[in-house]
Design a protein around this ligand. Sequence first.
Ligand code: ATP
Length: 521
Amino acid sequence: MLELRGISKTFGPHSALSEVSLSIAAGEIHGLIGLNGSGKSTLLHILFGSSFIHETGGYNGSCFLDGKPFRFTSPAQAIAAGIGMVHQEFALIPEMTVAENILLSREKGFALTDTLFPRDFSLLDPRKNDHEARRALEYLDLKIDPRQKTGNLALNIRQFIEIAREISRDNLRLLLLDEPTAVLNTADAGNFLATLRHLADKGVAILFTSHRLPEIRGLCDRLTILREGRTVGCCDVRTASLGAITHLMLRESVTKAGRFRSRPTDDPILTIRDFQVAMAGEELLGLDLDVQRGEILGLISLSGHGKLAFGAGVIGQLPFRGSLQLDGATNPPSSSAAMIARGVFFLSEDRNRLGLLPRHSIMDNIAFSALQHDNRFLHPSLPRCLRLPDRRAIRRHGERCIREFDIRCTGPAQPVGELSGGNQQKVRIAHALTLSPRLMVVNEPTRGVDIAAKERILDMFLAINDRAGTTIVIASSELEELRRVCDRIAVLYQGRLHAILEPTADDLLFSRAISGKPVLH
Ligand SMILES: Nc1ncnc2c1ncn2[C@@H]1O[C@H](COP(=O)(O)OP(=O)(O)OP(=O)(O)O)[C@@H](O)[C@H]1O
């Protein structure tokens, strides 16, 4: 159905793709893997006709759909040809409702106005649109009200809405999925992958990128591996071993982060009681939890059970009810800025909206909060009240972080918006660690980062916890990662604490706790 021949793409002097070829048959699920920055998203955007591809000089090579050449210059052309795309950083309009987003540009009008006027002048029929949206959501087994505003919803729910929008198109033939499961926990991802299999059985061809290799092996028929923009392998997934795939992708082996755990002392840095945070789709309904000074605490739950709302409530990004004590003081700081000044930092899972200044350089992004809240990186020979930044120190620090985190870029002055998704995530972590917080809450820290970078990030957490005694709360869907770095893992269910388990507890205990069943301590 789809054939690509010799696709090359440059951004200025930088080559993102070089002579990439691949083909996909109808009903085939084809995996596309590679380290952060290896060119996966760029290839999908070329197929989808994304405008920035053309604004940055287009591409070389040829694409064929059913043997006919195509070169789309807008997503509208791709959609008309039956191509859908789920973006890594969602393409949803936050001010619109779920139904409006799902049916955007194919809304249903009233029958009468549809017959009297051309489509653009017809009147929208909200009942029909709600009904259509509900059907799309039901296909994914998602129980949310299609009249809710999208911007208020948790990230994993937004991911499902984007998926629902694409798979509910009648003419869908080729589906491009850019890390669709990165924000989903294992159970949700499993349901979603089953839906993909069902779509493929109906003849839809799927091009799927993910950094979760077991997922690729379980789902895909064939696999293309990119390294630094070049195809370094294409294989039948059933015959290739995980080790061989990893080697092709990396050329080196990865050492998994982990440590011997110490027992947390009974000295809470943060105590919360009956903590309620109204994050749509991820409410906390009354959490009681002590976070012990110096520990790494994992938070895990099914999506929708509140783990992502914890950090947003603690830092004051969303209002909370109940009580919060920081260092035993009952009156917590009243704003996010005051919390940061007290040494608390929150890294949200939503890198698109929170935590990155996409037009600013890598070095400015990394230094921003330390300059703003900590008076660091100020010019040493000028009065501090002028607040003039020391550009040389900012550059030096940026260069060091680029080396330590292996951020793939053209240099510290490159705008963050030009980096691949995983490399943007590394910049955010470098930014957080630059502040040297006493307490850091991190949501889904390894989302969208490749298998090598994942270990580097986990190692960084272990290192600042060991060296600086930073207390870290990691809310994540990746139980395997939490087990390797955490001292304790708190399991939430329906917005409340359900159990606190040792990282070494067996899988059965975790799966019982995560699904709300009683566990014996
Ligand atoms: N708009 C842009 N301007 C300049 N360079 C860009 C732009 N978009 C992507 N690049 C560069 O192209 C290269 C490939 O990026 P791409 O996003 O395709 O990687 P990826 O394999 O999808 O990575 P990830 O796994 O992190 O999402 C990177 O070096 C990136 O910095």
